[in-house]
Design a protein around this ligand. Structure first.
Ligand SMILES: Nc1ncnc2c1ncn2[C@@H]1O[C@H](COP(=O)(O)OP(=O)(O)OP(=O)(O)O)[C@@H](O)[C@H]1O
Length: 334
């Protein structure tokens, strides 16, 4: 595997899989291996994953249209929901049936949206929660009664160190609710790092982030990899996926329909089908920009409709041809 990163043109980690890239393909060094994972709500099979492996030391994006089952799979893998069937291992240890707080203790953490309750804690208090491995009530009582003074000091030092990296140290005493959308995302990520995870799972890290903070967030995610962590993130922002993901897994209707490096996956017919769904009667070449020519008003309307449906800022950019480094840079500065 080769790996490196920089904010301008991150070097992708390659050589992650064994054999042809296809749904369920084996990885050279998987950190998660899951088999026959299903989750049904009423009559609906929200997740139906036969086999999937998440590569270690790489940034993996989990993409797919609304309702594809991404969040449900995330919840299952992190112990926040129980599957109907399925087994999986994290770093060689069987994890199915293990509750969320123990999953986090084993080094697999996920970011959480700042809920109302967490917004009423200060930035520093939120960080301390991360150190306590998100153990619920115990965390709150430990905040009120710090029995382990030495440990408290160490935790606070670590929190301030991480906050400084995320440029949030000056806000340590502010209520988390007073942060901007982008700063909240940074805090969510900073909090996850308090437990020195091996795998960081990010749920829509770019959602609601002001363009001014986009680059900073991307850099922080790239840094996780540089520091040896693995990253799995769910995201609708395809600019981001294309720019930083080493590997992309595509879900549709609960199943994994494609896997591969970003450039290949985004030109895969199954991926285009999954996103465009009912619009298959329209010439996809025009819609995706693969066939040049004037877009009719009808196609322009359709693009806007697709953007709204899948939450993309620019659907033609998503499935368009491979960008040059320059175009990727331009996109980042938008
Ligand atoms: N708790 C639940 N009860 C009933 N149905 C649910 C529940 N959670 C998810 N679903 C259904 O399962 C399917 C998959 O949902 P999920 O949220 O996992 O998709 P997603 O790919 O994360 O979508 P999005 O990108 O919109 O967040 C959807 O049809 C959803 O309505």
């Amino acid at each position: 595997m080769s790996s490196n990163s920089s904010s301008q043109s991150p070097v992708k980690t390659t050589g992650l899989h064994i054999g042809d890239a296809a749904p369920g393909v084996a990885k050279v060094d998987p950190i998660i291996i899951a088999d026959n994972v299903t989750r049904t709500f009423g009559g609906l099979k929200a997740v139906d994953v036969e086999h999937v492996e998440i590569p270690r030391g790489a940034i993996t994006a989990l993409i797919g249209p609304n309702g594809a089952g991404k969040t449900t799979l995330f919840n299952l893998l992190t112990g926040f929901d129980k599957p109907d069937t399925g087994t999986w291992t994290f770093d060689g240890t069987r994890l199915n049936g293990i509750p969320a707080f123990r999953v986090a203790r084993m080094g697999q953490v996920r970011t959480f949206q700042l809920t109302k309750a967490l917004g009423l804690l200060t930035v520093l208090e939120n960080m301390k929660l991360g150190a306590q491995k998100q153990t619920g009530e115990n965390v709150f009582s430990s905040l009120l009664k710090p029995l382990w003074r030495k440990q408290e000091v160490e935790i606070e030092e670590r929190a301030m160190e991480i906050l400084a990296r995320f440029k949030l140290d000056t806000k340590k005493d502010d209520f988390a609710a007073s942060l901007s959308g982008g700063q909240r995302k940074l805090l969510e990520m900073a909090r996850a790092l308090m437990s020195s995870p091996k795998l960081v799972m990010l749920d829509e890290p770019m959602a609601g982030v002001n363009p001014a903070l986009t680059q900073s967030l991307l850099d922080h995610i790239l840094n996780l990899k540089t520091e040896g962590m693995s990253v799995l993130f769910v995201e609708h922002d395809m600019h981001m996926v294309r720019h930083i993901a080493d590997w992309v897994i595509v879900m549709a209707e609960g199943r994994i329909v494609a896997e591969g490096d970003p450039e290949t996956v985004m030109q895969d017919a199954a991926v285009i089908d999954a996103y465009l769904g009912s619009h298959q009667d329209v010439d996809l070449g025009v819609v995706t920009g693969r066939i040049s020519g004037e877009k009719t008003a009808e196609v322009e309307d359709l693009l806007a409709e697709i953007d709204a449906e899948v939450g993309l800022t620019d659907s033609s950019a998503y499935i368009a041809d491979t960008p040059t480094d320059d175009t990727a840079k331009e996109e980042d500065t938008k």
